[in-house]
Design a protein around this ligand. Structure first.
Ligand SMILES: Cc1cc2nc3c(=O)[nH]c(=O)nc-3n(C[C@H](O)[C@H](O)[C@H](O)COP(=O)(O)OP(=O)(O)OC[C@H]3O[C@@H](n4cnc5c(N)ncnc54)[C@H](O)[C@@H]3O)c2cc1C
Ligand code: SF4
Ligand code: SF4
Length: 409
């Protein structure tokens, strides 16, 4: 990450020592020309420092880097131990059946983006789409039309650094919506406290539930299992076009090879998730205005059912702006919603609730071995751990210690 011809950034050094980088690109945003994002083995986006940083840049990184920590304030909102502060939770989907089908779950997130564009509330949407030069990779795009939002819909289980190139957007005239992983939004929200341009240019921040970012090695393993050579793959969708939708490689000749979401995410991609995500206290976008997720139905044993059907998104409005936006998008006919009882969320999202409950034990495992961990404030780690059995906490503590000792972190 750093060279010795100039003083390495203490903040980045701590992140590197603990393998705490999520790849958001926030450090590259605040130190342009001195930090760039690059892809490193096994296919993760990481910062590279190329020159000395000013004290101001160093302070910005210390304040925003999600690898170093995150603070959440309820500020009078309902504040659930696992799910954080929110104003309203509903389920829903894009009213437009094509958008609903193209999107990851119900297309609620994209429907809200379309609403923002069509009402002129924003001039464009900063979001992530398939990279033109790497079928399995991602690129940050500025979508200015509903068609462009639809083209970018769908989850892409690969690294993205949507903050890295944000400088141009902050400098130019216009107002934009931002879509990013929860850690991207946390970093942007933290930057807003130090840079007035963020709130002026980006009045809306949207996110999605995030179980973690797999390295590109994960997608390459999916391609291998599909018998699709990467050089012959013209396009790759991780899911979407149905709910949950299949991981699909389109070959240069036009043929398609695909596998189910259960096999691609459950069988391959989830095993390639970066370390930072295993100790993430906020996979549910606590800094965002509005967050979407899969409103999975569960079987009698509580396991999500991944049978293909018309998609339904969970919609969590976290701020007043988020809940107003959800209501306005529905009133304008872009979004259709239904009531949802938050008591059912832990069952609907077993991966998220399990990680939150295990987090304190995992962090303790890292701390006893002297590894740096993110500093979390307002994230109720102890209360979440108390929802776990002692046996599970001990297992997570021992599991993390063992991972470190085996050099797996
Ligand atoms: C890495 C990752 C982990 C996820 N983990 C969970 C989870 O634990 N639980 C769960 O319910 N759902 C998870 N999802 C799915 C995600 O929550 C769905 O996007 C959500 O269900 C919203 O669906 P939608 O149809 O409303 O969104 P859509 O309308 O399909 O919009 C999806 C938006 O996400 C953006 N996007 C896609 N990939 C990325 C990326 N890599 N980085 C930044 N932005 C991106 C797109 O630009 C688009 O704006 C994950 C998605 C990703 C990319
Ligand atoms: S988490 Fe983001 S801000 Fe922190 S080092 Fe990684 S890319 Fe930079
Ligand atoms: S799991 Fe957490 S740290 Fe990892 S990409 Fe998602 S929000 Fe960021």
């Amino acid at each position: 990450m750093t060279e010795s011809a100039f003083p390495p950034s203490p903040a980045l050094a701590r992140v590197e020592r603990g393998a705490l980088c999520s790849g958001c690109g926030g450090c590259a945003l605040v130190a342009p020309g001195r930090i760039t994002m690059e892809t490193v083995a096994p296919g993760l986006l990481r910062p590279r420092q190329t020159a000395a940083l000013s004290a101001d840049e160093e302070a910005h990184i210390a304040a925003l880097c999600p690898g170093l920590g995150q603070s959440v304030e309820a500020a009078g909102r309902r504040d659930d131990v696992l799910w954080g502060p929110y104003r309203a939770m509903r389920t829903g989907h894009a009213t437009d059946p094509e958008l609903r089908h193209a999107a990851s779950s119900g297309g609620a997130l994209s429907a809200v983006l379309v609403h923002l564009l069509e009402t002129g509330a924003v001039d464009g949407v900063i979001q992530t789409a398939a990279a033109p030069d790497l079928a399995i990779g991602n690129v940050t795009v500025l979508s200015r039309t509903p068609a462009e939002v639809q083209a970018a819909a769908g989850s892409r289980y690969a690294p993205s650094s949507p903050l890295a190139d944000l400088a141009d957007r902050l400098d130019e005239a216009g107002r934009f919506a931002f879509v990013g992983k929860p850690c991207d939004v946390a970093a942007l929200r933290a930057l807003a406290g130090r840079d007035a341009r963020v709130d002026a240019r980006i009045p809306v921040m949207l996110s999605f539930f995030c179980a973690g970012v797999p390295a590109l090695a994960g997608a390459r393993e999916v391609l291998d299992r599909l018998g699709a050579a990467e050089s012959e793959t013209a396009a790759f969708r991780y899911r979407g076009r149905g709910w949950p939708g299949r991981a699909t490689a389109r070959l240069r000749g036009g043929a398609e090879r695909s596998m189910s979401y259960h096999d691609s995410w459950g069988g391959v991609l989830s095993r390639h998730v970066q370390h930072r995500c295993k100790i993430c206290a906020d996979g549910t976008g606590k800094a965002a205005d509005l967050v979407c997720a899969d409103a999975w139905e569960c079987d009698d044993r509580g396991y999500p059912i991944f049978d293909e059907k018309p998609g339904i998104s969970l919609i969590v409005a976290r701020t007043e702006r988020g809940s107003t936006l959800m209501e306005a998008a529905e009133a304008a006919g872009h979004l259709t919603t239904a009531a949802f009882d938050p008591a059912g969320l832990a069952r609907m999202q077993p991966g998220q609730s399990g990680r939150r409950r295990a987090l304190l034990a995992r962090l303790a495992g890292l701390r006893v071995l002297g590894r740096p961990v993110p500093r979390y404030r307002g994230l109720h780690l102890a209360a979440a751990a108390r929802q776990n059995t002692l046996r599970s906490n001990l297992r997570n503590f021992a599991g993390m210690v063992s991972r470190v000792l085996r050099g797996r972190v």
